[in-house]
Design a binder for this molecule. Structure first.
Ligand code: ARG
Length: 458
Protein backbone atom coordinates (compact mmCIF):
# COMPACT_ATOMS: atom_id res chain seq x y z
CA UNK A 1 0.00 0.00 0.00
CA UNK A 2 1.43 3.37 0.81
CA UNK A 3 2.27 4.92 -2.52
CA UNK A 4 -1.26 4.73 -3.88
CA UNK A 5 -2.61 6.61 -0.86
CA UNK A 6 -0.14 9.44 -0.90
CA UNK A 7 -2.19 12.50 -1.61
CA UNK A 8 0.41 13.67 -4.10
CA UNK A 9 1.24 10.28 -5.63
CA UNK A 10 0.00 11.08 -9.15
CA UNK A 11 3.22 12.27 -10.72
CA UNK A 12 5.46 9.86 -8.86
CA UNK A 13 6.71 6.58 -10.27
CA UNK A 14 9.35 5.44 -7.86
CA UNK A 15 8.63 4.81 -4.21
CA UNK A 16 9.99 6.85 -1.36
CA UNK A 17 13.01 5.59 0.46
CA UNK A 18 12.18 4.62 4.03
CA UNK A 19 14.95 6.92 5.15
CA UNK A 20 13.21 9.82 3.45
CA UNK A 21 9.90 8.84 4.95
CA UNK A 22 11.35 8.86 8.44
CA UNK A 23 13.49 11.93 7.89
CA UNK A 24 10.57 14.04 6.72
CA UNK A 25 8.11 12.94 9.39
CA UNK A 26 6.56 15.71 11.43
CA UNK A 27 5.27 15.82 14.99
CA UNK A 28 1.65 16.67 14.30
CA UNK A 29 -0.04 13.39 15.14
CA UNK A 30 -1.75 14.78 18.24
CA UNK A 31 -3.16 17.80 16.46
CA UNK A 32 -6.24 16.05 15.10
CA UNK A 33 -8.69 18.24 17.05
CA UNK A 34 -7.49 21.38 15.31
CA UNK A 35 -7.02 19.77 11.92
CA UNK A 36 -10.49 18.24 11.87
CA UNK A 37 -12.17 21.39 13.16
CA UNK A 38 -10.50 23.29 10.31
CA UNK A 39 -11.67 20.75 7.76
CA UNK A 40 -15.24 20.78 9.06
CA UNK A 41 -15.43 24.56 8.75
CA UNK A 42 -13.88 24.47 5.29
CA UNK A 43 -16.19 21.81 3.93
CA UNK A 44 -19.33 23.44 5.39
CA UNK A 45 -18.38 26.58 3.51
CA UNK A 46 -17.73 24.60 0.31
CA UNK A 47 -21.22 23.14 0.61
CA UNK A 48 -22.88 26.44 1.48
CA UNK A 49 -21.27 28.14 -1.52
CA UNK A 50 -22.21 25.28 -3.85
CA UNK A 51 -18.55 24.59 -4.61
CA UNK A 52 -19.25 20.97 -3.79
CA UNK A 53 -22.72 19.38 -3.52
CA UNK A 54 -24.31 20.14 -0.16
CA UNK A 55 -25.14 16.46 0.40
CA UNK A 56 -21.50 15.49 0.00
CA UNK A 57 -20.44 18.28 2.34
CA UNK A 58 -22.84 16.84 4.91
CA UNK A 59 -21.47 13.37 4.50
CA UNK A 60 -17.90 14.66 4.80
CA UNK A 61 -18.78 16.53 8.00
CA UNK A 62 -20.38 13.39 9.43
CA UNK A 63 -17.40 11.31 8.36
CA UNK A 64 -14.97 13.75 9.96
CA UNK A 65 -16.94 13.35 13.17
CA UNK A 66 -16.34 9.61 13.03
CA UNK A 67 -12.64 10.12 12.32
CA UNK A 68 -12.42 12.44 15.30
CA UNK A 69 -13.98 9.77 17.50
CA UNK A 70 -11.44 7.25 16.24
CA UNK A 71 -8.60 9.59 17.17
CA UNK A 72 -10.07 10.39 20.57
CA UNK A 73 -10.52 6.72 21.32
CA UNK A 74 -6.89 6.06 20.43
CA UNK A 75 -7.95 3.77 17.62
CA UNK A 76 -5.89 5.36 14.88
CA UNK A 77 -2.81 3.51 13.87
CA UNK A 78 -0.20 6.09 12.83
CA UNK A 79 1.23 5.33 9.42
CA UNK A 80 4.53 7.04 8.68
CA UNK A 81 3.97 6.60 4.95
CA UNK A 82 1.03 9.00 5.25
CA UNK A 83 3.37 11.83 6.25
CA UNK A 84 1.26 14.10 8.39
CA UNK A 85 -2.01 14.63 10.21
CA UNK A 86 -3.67 16.19 7.16
CA UNK A 87 -3.15 13.10 5.04
CA UNK A 88 -4.16 10.77 7.84
CA UNK A 89 -7.46 12.54 8.30
CA UNK A 90 -8.18 12.48 4.58
CA UNK A 91 -7.34 8.80 4.20
CA UNK A 92 -9.34 7.84 7.29
CA UNK A 93 -12.24 9.87 5.97
CA UNK A 94 -12.09 7.87 2.74
CA UNK A 95 -12.33 4.69 4.78
CA UNK A 96 -15.47 6.04 6.43
CA UNK A 97 -17.37 7.59 3.50
CA UNK A 98 -15.69 6.43 0.33
CA UNK A 99 -15.10 8.60 -2.70
CA UNK A 100 -16.86 11.73 -1.42
CA UNK A 101 -13.79 12.17 0.80
CA UNK A 102 -11.95 13.22 -2.32
CA UNK A 103 -13.85 16.53 -2.31
CA UNK A 104 -12.56 17.65 1.10
CA UNK A 105 -9.36 19.09 -0.28
CA UNK A 106 -11.13 21.21 -2.91
CA UNK A 107 -9.89 24.81 -2.84
CA UNK A 108 -7.29 24.02 -0.23
CA UNK A 109 -3.60 23.27 -0.10
CA UNK A 110 -1.74 21.69 2.75
CA UNK A 111 0.14 24.97 2.83
CA UNK A 112 -2.81 27.04 3.95
CA UNK A 113 -4.15 24.08 5.88
CA UNK A 114 -1.01 23.79 7.97
CA UNK A 115 -0.82 27.53 8.49
CA UNK A 116 -4.35 27.26 9.87
CA UNK A 117 -3.44 24.35 12.10
CA UNK A 118 -0.44 26.18 13.49
CA UNK A 119 -2.41 29.31 14.25
CA UNK A 120 -5.05 27.24 16.04
CA UNK A 121 -2.32 25.48 17.97
CA UNK A 122 -0.75 28.76 19.03
CA UNK A 123 -4.13 30.11 20.08
CA UNK A 124 -4.71 27.05 22.27
CA UNK A 125 -1.27 27.15 23.82
CA UNK A 126 -1.59 30.89 24.51
CA UNK A 127 -4.79 30.18 26.40
CA UNK A 128 -3.18 27.43 28.44
CA UNK A 129 -0.15 29.57 29.24
CA UNK A 130 -2.33 32.57 30.17
CA UNK A 131 -4.42 30.39 32.45
CA UNK A 132 -1.27 28.98 34.05
CA UNK A 133 0.14 32.46 34.63
CA UNK A 134 -3.16 33.66 36.00
CA UNK A 135 -3.46 30.83 38.51
CA UNK A 136 0.07 31.46 39.74
CA UNK A 137 -0.52 35.20 40.05
CA UNK A 138 -3.57 34.48 42.23
CA UNK A 139 -1.39 32.37 44.50
CA UNK A 140 1.25 35.08 44.66
CA UNK A 141 -1.40 37.64 45.64
CA UNK A 142 -2.59 35.37 48.45
CA UNK A 143 0.95 34.89 49.69
CA UNK A 144 1.67 38.60 49.46
CA UNK A 145 -1.13 39.24 51.93
CA UNK A 146 0.09 36.49 54.24
CA UNK A 147 3.61 37.92 54.20
CA UNK A 148 2.83 41.60 53.70
CA UNK A 149 4.79 42.58 56.80
CA UNK A 150 7.31 39.73 57.00
CA UNK A 151 10.78 41.28 56.66
CA UNK A 152 13.56 39.80 54.61
CA UNK A 153 16.77 41.23 53.26
CA UNK A 154 16.50 42.75 49.83
CA UNK A 155 19.60 42.29 47.72
CA UNK A 156 21.56 44.05 45.06
CA UNK A 157 24.65 42.27 43.72
CA UNK A 158 23.53 39.49 46.07
CA UNK A 159 24.72 41.69 48.94
CA UNK A 160 22.20 42.68 51.58
CA UNK A 161 20.94 46.08 50.54
CA UNK A 162 17.73 47.17 52.29
CA UNK A 163 14.97 45.34 54.08
CA UNK A 164 11.90 44.45 52.10
CA UNK A 165 8.91 42.29 52.88
CA UNK A 166 8.55 38.78 51.61
CA UNK A 167 5.16 39.80 50.26
CA UNK A 168 6.78 42.55 48.22
CA UNK A 169 9.37 40.17 46.87
CA UNK A 170 6.74 37.64 45.78
CA UNK A 171 4.63 40.35 44.18
CA UNK A 172 7.57 41.31 41.99
CA UNK A 173 7.01 37.97 40.28
CA UNK A 174 3.28 38.65 40.21
CA UNK A 175 3.96 41.79 38.18
CA UNK A 176 6.29 39.97 35.81
CA UNK A 177 3.75 37.24 35.25
CA UNK A 178 0.95 39.70 34.67
CA UNK A 179 2.96 41.13 31.79
CA UNK A 180 3.67 37.60 30.61
CA UNK A 181 -0.01 36.87 30.58
CA UNK A 182 -0.67 40.06 28.60
CA UNK A 183 1.99 39.01 26.10
CA UNK A 184 0.32 35.64 25.56
CA UNK A 185 -2.97 37.44 25.16
CA UNK A 186 -1.54 39.82 22.54
CA UNK A 187 0.15 36.94 20.78
CA UNK A 188 -3.17 35.14 20.56
CA UNK A 189 -4.80 38.25 19.12
CA UNK A 190 -2.25 38.56 16.35
CA UNK A 191 -2.30 34.83 15.59
CA UNK A 192 -6.06 34.91 15.39
CA UNK A 193 -6.31 35.58 11.65
CA UNK A 194 -7.54 32.94 9.21
CA UNK A 195 -4.98 31.92 6.55
CA UNK A 196 -7.24 29.35 4.88
CA UNK A 197 -8.22 30.39 1.38
CA UNK A 198 -4.64 31.30 0.49
CA UNK A 199 -4.23 28.04 -1.39
CA UNK A 200 -0.71 26.86 -2.00
CA UNK A 201 0.51 30.45 -2.23
CA UNK A 202 -1.54 32.59 -4.62
CA UNK A 203 -5.13 32.47 -3.41
CA UNK A 204 -7.97 30.38 -4.75
CA UNK A 205 -9.96 30.34 -8.01
CA UNK A 206 -13.10 29.22 -6.16
CA UNK A 207 -15.74 31.65 -4.82
CA UNK A 208 -14.84 31.04 -1.19
CA UNK A 209 -16.54 32.66 1.76
CA UNK A 210 -13.48 33.07 3.93
CA UNK A 211 -15.34 35.20 6.45
CA UNK A 212 -17.72 32.34 7.07
CA UNK A 213 -14.85 29.96 7.83
CA UNK A 214 -13.25 32.58 10.04
CA UNK A 215 -16.44 33.02 12.03
CA UNK A 216 -16.93 29.30 12.45
CA UNK A 217 -13.39 28.82 13.75
CA UNK A 218 -13.40 31.89 15.99
CA UNK A 219 -10.90 33.92 13.97
CA UNK A 220 -11.26 37.63 14.21
CA UNK A 221 -10.42 38.25 10.55
CA UNK A 222 -8.92 36.80 7.39
CA UNK A 223 -5.40 37.19 6.05
CA UNK A 224 -4.88 39.86 3.39
CA UNK A 225 -1.95 38.42 1.49
CA UNK A 226 -1.80 34.79 0.47
CA UNK A 227 2.00 34.61 0.34
CA UNK A 228 2.35 36.08 3.79
CA UNK A 229 -0.37 33.78 5.10
CA UNK A 230 1.33 30.56 4.04
CA UNK A 231 4.96 31.61 4.45
CA UNK A 232 5.24 33.55 7.67
CA UNK A 233 5.45 32.10 11.14
CA UNK A 234 5.91 35.29 13.10
CA UNK A 235 2.99 34.32 15.32
CA UNK A 236 4.91 31.20 16.31
CA UNK A 237 8.06 33.21 16.94
CA UNK A 238 6.03 35.59 19.03
CA UNK A 239 4.63 32.68 21.01
CA UNK A 240 8.15 31.38 21.58
CA UNK A 241 9.33 34.75 22.77
CA UNK A 242 6.42 34.93 25.19
CA UNK A 243 7.46 31.48 26.42
CA UNK A 244 11.10 32.51 26.63
CA UNK A 245 10.34 35.55 28.75
CA UNK A 246 7.96 33.68 31.05
CA UNK A 247 10.35 30.80 31.56
CA UNK A 248 13.17 33.26 32.22
CA UNK A 249 11.08 34.84 34.97
CA UNK A 250 10.38 31.42 36.47
CA UNK A 251 14.05 30.58 36.22
CA UNK A 252 14.99 33.59 38.33
CA UNK A 253 12.49 32.57 40.99
CA UNK A 254 13.81 29.03 40.74
CA UNK A 255 17.32 30.30 41.39
CA UNK A 256 16.10 32.16 44.46
CA UNK A 257 14.34 29.08 45.81
CA UNK A 258 17.57 27.12 45.38
CA UNK A 259 19.51 29.80 47.24
CA UNK A 260 16.91 30.31 49.95
CA UNK A 261 16.74 26.61 50.70
CA UNK A 262 20.49 26.29 51.18
CA UNK A 263 21.92 26.15 54.70
CA UNK A 264 23.78 29.37 53.90
CA UNK A 265 20.52 31.29 53.55
CA UNK A 266 18.19 29.08 55.58
CA UNK A 267 15.13 31.09 54.54
CA UNK A 268 13.07 28.20 53.28
CA UNK A 269 12.42 24.58 54.07
CA UNK A 270 11.41 22.68 51.01
CA UNK A 271 8.20 20.73 51.40
CA UNK A 272 8.81 17.01 50.92
CA UNK A 273 6.29 16.97 48.09
CA UNK A 274 8.52 19.20 45.98
CA UNK A 275 11.99 18.04 46.92
CA UNK A 276 14.11 14.99 46.34
CA UNK A 277 16.83 13.32 48.33
CA UNK A 278 20.30 12.14 47.52
CA UNK A 279 21.03 8.47 46.92
CA UNK A 280 24.28 8.85 48.81
CA UNK A 281 24.00 11.66 51.34
CA UNK A 282 21.13 10.91 53.71
CA UNK A 283 20.82 14.47 54.98
CA UNK A 284 20.15 16.00 51.60
CA UNK A 285 16.93 17.58 50.46
CA UNK A 286 17.30 19.08 47.04
CA UNK A 287 15.30 21.70 45.20
CA UNK A 288 15.07 19.62 42.07
CA UNK A 289 11.84 21.13 40.82
CA UNK A 290 13.35 24.58 40.88
CA UNK A 291 16.58 23.33 39.37
CA UNK A 292 14.78 21.64 36.50
CA UNK A 293 12.69 24.71 35.81
CA UNK A 294 15.95 26.68 35.65
CA UNK A 295 17.63 23.93 33.68
CA UNK A 296 14.90 23.67 31.07
CA UNK A 297 14.92 27.37 30.35
CA UNK A 298 17.66 26.90 27.80
CA UNK A 299 15.39 24.66 25.79
CA UNK A 300 12.76 27.35 25.55
CA UNK A 301 15.25 30.04 24.62
CA UNK A 302 16.73 27.60 22.12
CA UNK A 303 13.40 27.05 20.39
CA UNK A 304 13.01 30.78 19.92
CA UNK A 305 16.44 30.97 18.32
CA UNK A 306 15.62 27.83 16.35
CA UNK A 307 12.59 29.29 14.65
CA UNK A 308 14.11 32.71 14.01
CA UNK A 309 17.02 30.99 12.31
CA UNK A 310 14.70 28.65 10.47
CA UNK A 311 12.79 31.52 8.94
CA UNK A 312 15.56 33.92 8.13
CA UNK A 313 16.87 32.23 5.01
CA UNK A 314 13.62 31.15 3.44
CA UNK A 315 12.44 32.69 0.20
CA UNK A 316 8.67 33.11 -0.08
CA UNK A 317 6.42 31.20 0.05
CA UNK A 318 6.08 27.73 1.67
CA UNK A 319 9.19 25.64 2.23
CA UNK A 320 9.33 22.40 4.11
CA UNK A 321 11.57 24.07 6.69
CA UNK A 322 8.34 25.49 8.05
CA UNK A 323 7.29 22.08 9.32
CA UNK A 324 9.79 22.59 12.11
CA UNK A 325 7.60 25.22 13.72
CA UNK A 326 5.27 22.73 15.34
CA UNK A 327 8.00 20.95 17.27
CA UNK A 328 9.28 24.32 18.45
CA UNK A 329 5.84 25.43 19.63
CA UNK A 330 5.10 22.12 21.33
CA UNK A 331 8.53 21.83 22.95
CA UNK A 332 8.42 25.31 24.41
CA UNK A 333 4.84 24.92 25.61
CA UNK A 334 5.75 21.58 27.15
CA UNK A 335 8.24 23.36 29.40
CA UNK A 336 6.43 26.59 30.23
CA UNK A 337 2.94 25.35 30.97
CA UNK A 338 3.93 22.58 33.40
CA UNK A 339 6.45 24.95 35.00
CA UNK A 340 3.71 27.49 35.70
CA UNK A 341 1.55 24.73 37.14
CA UNK A 342 4.14 23.28 39.45
CA UNK A 343 5.26 26.67 40.71
CA UNK A 344 1.67 27.53 41.59
CA UNK A 345 1.62 24.36 43.69
CA UNK A 346 5.13 24.53 45.13
CA UNK A 347 5.52 28.18 46.13
CA UNK A 348 2.59 28.21 48.59
CA UNK A 349 3.99 25.02 50.13
CA UNK A 350 7.39 26.59 50.91
CA UNK A 351 7.96 26.82 54.64
CA UNK A 352 9.56 30.19 55.26
CA UNK A 353 11.73 30.67 58.35
CA UNK A 354 10.32 34.11 59.06
CA UNK A 355 12.27 34.67 62.29
CA UNK A 356 15.54 33.97 60.58
CA UNK A 357 14.62 36.19 57.65
CA UNK A 358 13.74 39.03 60.01
CA UNK A 359 17.13 38.79 61.71
CA UNK A 360 18.88 38.68 58.35
CA UNK A 361 16.87 41.69 57.19
CA UNK A 362 18.46 43.97 59.76
CA UNK A 363 21.93 42.47 59.60
CA UNK A 364 24.75 43.55 57.35
CA UNK A 365 24.02 47.25 57.95
CA UNK A 366 20.89 46.98 55.84
CA UNK A 367 19.51 49.99 57.72
CA UNK A 368 22.34 52.32 56.72
CA UNK A 369 20.28 54.05 54.04
CA UNK A 370 17.64 54.78 56.65
CA UNK A 371 20.20 56.42 58.91
CA UNK A 372 21.33 58.60 56.00
CA UNK A 373 17.69 59.43 55.21
CA UNK A 374 17.24 60.42 58.88
CA UNK A 375 19.92 63.07 58.45
CA UNK A 376 18.37 64.24 55.18
CA UNK A 377 15.08 64.75 56.99
CA UNK A 378 16.98 66.93 59.46
CA UNK A 379 18.23 69.08 56.60
CA UNK A 380 21.56 67.56 55.58
CA UNK A 381 22.34 67.03 51.87
CA UNK A 382 22.13 63.37 50.93
CA UNK A 383 25.75 63.13 49.76
CA UNK A 384 27.00 64.40 53.12
CA UNK A 385 24.56 62.16 54.98
CA UNK A 386 25.88 59.22 52.97
CA UNK A 387 29.44 60.01 54.04
CA UNK A 388 28.55 60.50 57.70
CA UNK A 389 26.65 57.21 57.79
CA UNK A 390 29.47 55.47 55.97
CA UNK A 391 31.75 56.51 58.84
CA UNK A 392 29.33 55.04 61.35
CA UNK A 393 29.18 51.78 59.39
CA UNK A 394 32.96 51.59 59.53
CA UNK A 395 32.87 52.13 63.31
CA UNK A 396 30.20 49.47 63.78
CA UNK A 397 32.17 47.08 61.66
CA UNK A 398 35.25 47.67 63.81
CA UNK A 399 33.39 46.91 67.03
CA UNK A 400 31.54 44.01 65.46
CA UNK A 401 28.05 45.33 66.03
CA UNK A 402 25.10 46.55 64.01
CA UNK A 403 24.43 50.26 63.47
CA UNK A 404 21.69 50.52 66.09
CA UNK A 405 23.93 48.83 68.63
CA UNK A 406 26.48 51.68 68.52
CA UNK A 407 26.36 53.95 71.58
CA UNK A 408 24.53 57.22 70.97
CA UNK A 409 27.81 59.10 71.63
CA UNK A 410 29.16 57.71 68.37
CA UNK A 411 26.23 59.28 66.53
CA UNK A 412 26.50 62.57 68.37
CA UNK A 413 30.17 62.76 67.46
CA UNK A 414 29.40 62.09 63.80
CA UNK A 415 26.74 64.80 63.48
CA UNK A 416 24.97 67.24 65.76
CA UNK A 417 21.73 66.51 63.88
CA UNK A 418 21.39 63.07 65.47
CA UNK A 419 19.01 62.71 68.39
CA UNK A 420 18.49 59.58 70.43
CA UNK A 421 15.51 58.54 68.31
CA UNK A 422 18.03 57.50 65.63
CA UNK A 423 18.47 54.34 67.68
CA UNK A 424 14.81 53.55 67.07
CA UNK A 425 15.46 52.90 63.41
CA UNK A 426 14.73 49.23 62.99
CA UNK A 427 13.50 46.92 60.29
CA UNK A 428 9.83 47.63 60.82
CA UNK A 429 10.40 51.37 60.78
CA UNK A 430 12.47 51.06 57.62
CA UNK A 431 9.73 49.03 55.93
CA UNK A 432 6.91 51.33 57.04
CA UNK A 433 8.84 54.31 55.71
CA UNK A 434 8.74 53.00 52.11
CA UNK A 435 5.21 54.27 51.91
CA UNK A 436 5.09 55.16 48.25
CA UNK A 437 3.21 53.57 45.39
CA UNK A 438 5.26 50.51 44.48
CA UNK A 439 7.15 50.59 47.79
CA UNK A 440 7.63 47.80 50.29
CA UNK A 441 5.66 49.33 53.21
CA UNK A 442 3.25 46.62 54.37
CA UNK A 443 0.20 48.80 53.65
CA UNK A 444 1.50 49.35 50.13
CA UNK A 445 2.11 45.64 49.65
CA UNK A 446 -1.46 44.90 50.66
CA UNK A 447 -2.72 47.59 48.30
CA UNK A 448 -0.52 46.28 45.46
CA UNK A 449 -1.80 42.74 45.94
CA UNK A 450 -5.41 43.97 45.82
CA UNK A 451 -4.76 46.02 42.71
CA UNK A 452 -2.88 43.18 41.02
CA UNK A 453 -5.84 40.92 41.63
CA UNK A 454 -8.13 43.49 40.03
CA UNK A 455 -5.85 43.92 37.03
CA UNK A 456 -5.88 40.17 36.67
CA UNK A 457 -9.64 40.26 36.26
CA UNK A 458 -9.47 42.74 33.39
N1 ARG B 1 3.61 18.57 7.24
C1 ARG B 1 3.71 19.82 6.54
C2 ARG B 1 4.06 20.93 7.54
O1 ARG B 1 3.90 20.75 8.67
C3 ARG B 1 2.42 20.12 5.89
C4 ARG B 1 2.53 20.96 4.68
C5 ARG B 1 3.17 20.25 3.62
N2 ARG B 1 3.11 20.97 2.40
C6 ARG B 1 3.91 20.67 1.40
N3 ARG B 1 3.78 21.34 0.33
N4 ARG B 1 4.85 19.77 1.53
O2 ARG B 1 4.52 21.97 7.15
Amino acid sequence: MGEAQRTWGGRFEGSMDDLTRDYTAGVDRDLYEQDIAGSVAHVRMLGAKGIIPESEADSIVAGLGLVLEQFRAGQVEWRPDLEDIHTHVEVLLGEQIGSAAGRLHTARSRNDQVALLNRMLVRDQCELASAGAEAFIEILCDLALTYEAAPMPGYTHLQRAQPITLGHHLLAYGEMLLRDRARFHDCRERANVLPLGSGALSGSPYPLDREMVARELGFQGVSRNSLDAVADRDFAIEFLSCCAITQTHLSRLAEEIVLWSSAEFGFVRLPDAFATGSSMMPQKKNADVAELARGRTGRVLGELMNLLTNLKGQPLAYNRDLQEDKAAILNAAAVVIPSLRIFAAMVPALQFNLEHMRVAASGGFALATDVADYLVRKGMAFREAHAVTGGLVREAEECGCELNELPFEAYAKASALFETDVLEIDVDAALAARDVVGGTAPTRVREAADILRKRLKN
